[in-house]
Write a protein that binds this ligand. Structure first.
Ligand SMILES: Cc1cc2nc3c(=O)[nH]c(=O)nc-3n(C[C@H](O)[C@H](O)[C@H](O)COP(=O)(O)OP(=O)(O)OC[C@H]3O[C@@H](n4cnc5c(N)ncnc54)[C@H](O)[C@@H]3O)c2cc1C
Length: 383
């Protein structure tokens, strides 16, 4: 599904071998379950364990914490291979982000307690930032965590939480200081979903990504020990979030580029096979011209995504580049997938066709991880 005659400059022979093994695994062990996951609105725990064994969840984590000592390029490879295979139901990306919150901001005890289990797939995670009343404006969260002796009591509700029905732990963003202005009173907590007072709400009915269990969550006087506070110091939550957001955005952009490659490849194949008025659809000049434009967009997107991966590997990925990639690549994804779908005619509207799934699954990429308008704001500040 990768672009023909193109090799990402960050690939090397180690990554080629890694890609081969991940590609085989994804096609043999995950792809066959995707239809079932979409029907049951969640992935199976056995797939998480298998992905953990393959080293796909935290490939770029030090081995002392259960990772595979790789780089973000290894993670980019796993993201791309899942996308090329059309496996969208397994929310591994969330565990990748949670793993890095804990690695970068957690105490040593938190790292040793959670990271090996996240890497192995034994512990499925979710991140609960968004609330019914606030999403883009995270400073407006109303969930609060009140200190009571050596405990915190968390109260509030969250919504749109990926892995909401299956997660074992949730990273919750809450206010520890109700008086503090802006972001200063915000802290992050690791909440075990077995804790009394934690409740899962509805699994939400969505436009796309039906295999992801996007859900509501409720915290009703949910009492957790003080060592659940990430990093052990109150008021650091917003900074901890901001440090990781570029990587979350990078991952959405990288996924968008890979999905555009897949859409183009499938469309070229289909238009060569499908006939109308006595010739293949690709033999109409309109098709060739449009696919030529799409190919140029996909190539530009691929090189942009490659720059993001390279910067991530080098440790120089900044907020501006990550936000630029997020909005630009997902905007292009929306256009490319929509244009490609048109060539499939009525079949393009049938969910059994991958292009139809890409169309509905990709719409959210312009909304989550920070709406694309917010990304433009972030980039605007750099001018
Ligand atoms: C499938 C799915 C999975 C998700 N997974 C998670 C998850 O795991 N964890 C989690 O915490 N959240 C998750 N979310 C929530 C997601 O991150 C939010 O929906 C997103 O950040 C937008 O917040 P909102 O929905 O409250 O929209 P709002 O903040 O109400 O914004 C609505 C719209 O207003 C416009 N807008 C808002 N602010 C500005 C501005 N400053 N300038 C210009 N325009 C603006 C934008 O067009 C925006 O799309 C998920 C959402 C979906 C749909």
């Amino acid at each position: 599904m990768q672009l023909e005659n193109y090799r990402s400059p960050w690939m090397d022979s180690d990554l080629d071998a890694f890609r081969d093994s991940i590609r085989r695994f994804v096609r043999e062990q995950l792809m066959p379950h995707e239809d079932k996951w979409r029907e049951q609105h969640r992935s199976d725990r056995s797939a998480w364990l298998a992905a953990g064994e393959m080293g796909m969840i935290l490939p770029d984590m030090p081995s002392e914490y259960g990772g595979a000592d790789g780089t973000p390029a290894h993670y980019a490879v796993t993201l791309e291979e899942l996308t090329y295979a059309g496996v969208t139901s397994l929310g591994l990306g969330i565990s990748h982000i949670v793993g890095h919150y804990i690695l970068d901001s957690g105490t040593e005890e938190q790292k040793l307690k959670w990271l090996p289990k996240i890497a192995s797939g034994e512990c499925i995670t979710s991140i609960a930032m968004t609330e019914p009343g606030t999403g883009s404006d995270l400073q407006g969260v109303r969930t609060r965590a009140v200190k009571k002796g050596d405990k915190y009591v968390i109260s509030g509700s969250k919504t749109f939480i990926t892995n909401g029905q299956i997660s074992d732990i949730v990273v919750v963003i809450a206010k520890t200081d109700l008086e503090a202005k802006g972001s200063r009173g915000i802290s992050l907590f690791i909440v075990d979903t077995k804790t009394a007072g934690f409740q899962r709400g509805k699994c939400l009915d969505k436009v796309g990504l039906p295999g992801q269990d996007t859900s509501e969550m409720f915290f009703e006087e949910c009492e957790v020990s003080a060592d659940c506070l990430i990093g052990g110091v109150e008021g650091q939550g917003f900074i901890q979030l901001m440090q990781q957001l570029p990587y979350e955005r990078a991952q959405i952009g990288i996924g968008a580029a890979a999905q555009m490659e897949r859409a183009l490849a499938l469309t070229v194949e289909y238009t060569k096979e499908r006939k109308a008025f006595g010739k293949a659809i690709i033999d109409f000049q309109n098709t060739r011209f449009q696919l030529a434009e799409i190919k140029a967009t996909v190539t530009a997107s691929r090189t942009f995504a490659d720059l993001i991966v390279q910067r991530w590997v080098d440790g120089t990925l900044d907020t501006t580049l990550a936000s630029m990639g997020k909005f630009w690549l997902t905007d292009r994804q929306g256009e490319v997938v929509d244009r490609c779908l048109q060539f499939f005619g009525g079949f393009g509207y049938m969910n059994e066709y991958p292009i139809a799934r890409m169309f509905s699954d990709s719409r959210v990429a312009r909304i989550y991880g920070g709406a694309n308008e917010i990304q433009r704001e972030v980039v605007g500040r750099s001018l």
